[in-house]
Structures are given as C-alpha cells and as structure tokens.
Ligand binder design. Structure first.
Ligand SMILES: C[S@@+](CC[C@H](N)C(=O)[O-])C[C@H]1O[C@@H](n2cnc3c(N)ncnc32)[C@H](O)[C@@H]1O
Length: 216
C-alpha cells in the first residue's frame, strides 16, 4: 500500500529536525553529480525528493531541467517556496513514482535517496523497475540510495526493504549495470546512525520491459 496521507501529514506537522532522513547537504550525491558533469540542460529527476537540499545543490551547480516528484504535495509546496526564484527550471509532480506516466527515454539522471526501500511489495518493486528502465535514456544514470543490509528495518513508522549493492545490481539487470557503489553512514538529527548503500547504475541500450529478477 502506498502511504500518501502519511507523508502529506508528516510534512505538514513535523519540522525537518524531527525527520530522521534530514541532511543539511546530500554530500555523496552531489559529489557523484560533480563527477558525472552532465550538460547543464540535461533532464534530471529526483524521485521522492521530500525537502532534500539536493534540489538547491543541483541548481547551484547550474542544472536547468529538474523534475521533482513526491507523494506529498505539502513537501513540494515547501520546496517551491524555498527555491522560488528558480521556478522556471523546475517541474513539480505530485504522485506515486511507480504509477505516474513519465516521458519515455527522457531522463539523463534519475536520483532516489530513501524512497525505493519503502516499496516492500514485489509488484511495486517491479513497477519501479519498469518506470526507471522506460524513462531513463540509454547511457543515462540511476543514482539510488537505500538502507543497507545493516540499516534500519523501519523509517517513519513504515516497513522498509534493506539491500546490498549486489542485490540491487541483480535486481536492476538487465536494463542497468553497476558503475560504482559505496556504503554511507547517515547521522540523523537525533544523533543516531543509519547505514545506507549508494549505487550508481548506467542504463544499458537493451533491457526494457518486464522486470526479470526478484529483489529478494
Ligand atoms: C525518507 S523520505 C526521503 C526524502 C528525500 N529523498 C531525502 O533524501 O531527503 C521519503 C520520501 O519519499 C516520498 N515517497 C514515498 N513513497 C513514494 C512514492 N511511491 N512516490 C513518490 N514519493 C514517495 C515521501 O513522501 C518522502 O518525501
């Protein structure tokens, strides 16, 4: 079940300091974007962006075509207000990343921190595979950060699926191959630690269609 109301209320009721995933900077993703050095007009999508500082950081790097998607309209409203002067560079879409109809073979980079791991049902995971394999162009990038195998079992009171880089690599084949991966420890605003795994995948020329692999 997709928990739209849960997230919508959360961003209305809590401050960023009360959300475990809050970061002042998304340092690792920014480093990887700098390494990628994409053309500044490349279409980039942040799936389940929440209030992430990545938007501001990508704008600061000069990117001009950012699509921000979240289930929670309340989060997108706050982001829009925060970066109001860059309005013409942003497309904000409220909806479920597994269900939206996005342009085919369009995005040069799809970024997801702490969203895919909430998809605990096989059908949702398969829908995600189909979405990324359809909407990322050949040679394009998927930067995915999930809780690692030794990460938390829940987030925001919701169950999550934890992953190793190996399992993610198997799951996203054959549409994607792994370029690099790195473990990362996130320090929450409550001074606890969460183990993440970051993977950078590249979209192969082939491999669209049904998701052939189980994530488990
Ligand atoms: C743990 S937060 C991470 C937010 C942001 N990516 C970050 O790193 O700060 C998860 C976010 O994903 C959104 N979300 C969860 N499931 C989603 C779905 N199926 N489609 C779109 N957004 C979703 C939530 O509303 C929430 O903003």
């Amino acid at each position: 079940v997709i928990q739209g109301d849960h997230w919508q209320q959360l961003y209305q009721q809590k401050t960023e300091a009360q959300m475990s995933w809050t970061q002042s900077q998304n340092q690792l993703s920014v480093e990887w974007f700098k390494d990628l050095d994409l053309a500044k007009d490349s279409p980039i999508l942040d799936a389940g962006c929440g209030l992430s500082p990545l938007t501001d950081e990508l704008l600061h790097l000069g990117y001009q075509d950012l699509t921000l998607i979240d289930l929670a309209q309340s989060a997108l409203d706050k982001v829009q207000h925060r970066v109001a002067e860059h309005k013409q560079k942003l497309k904000l879409i409220t909806g479920d990343i597994t269900q939206l109809t996005l342009p085919a073979a369009h995005y040069q980079c799809w970024h997801d921190r702490a969203v895919f791991h909430f998809l605990t049902e096989t059908s949702q995971q398969q829908a995600y595979y189909q979405q990324v394999s359809r909407s990322i162009k050949a040679g394009g990038h998927l930067i995915l950060a999930t809780f690692a195998e030794d990460g938390p079992q829940q987030c925001s009171g919701l169950p999550v699926q934890r992953y190793s880089a190996g399992r993610l690599t198997e799951f996203f084949a054959p549409a994607f191959h792994l370029e690099k991966c790195q473990k990362d420890i996130h320090k929450t605003p409550f001074a606890t630690q969460q183990a993440f795994v970051y993977c950078h995948f590249i979209r192969n020329a082939k491999g669209e269609g049904l998701c052939p692999n189980s994530p488990l």
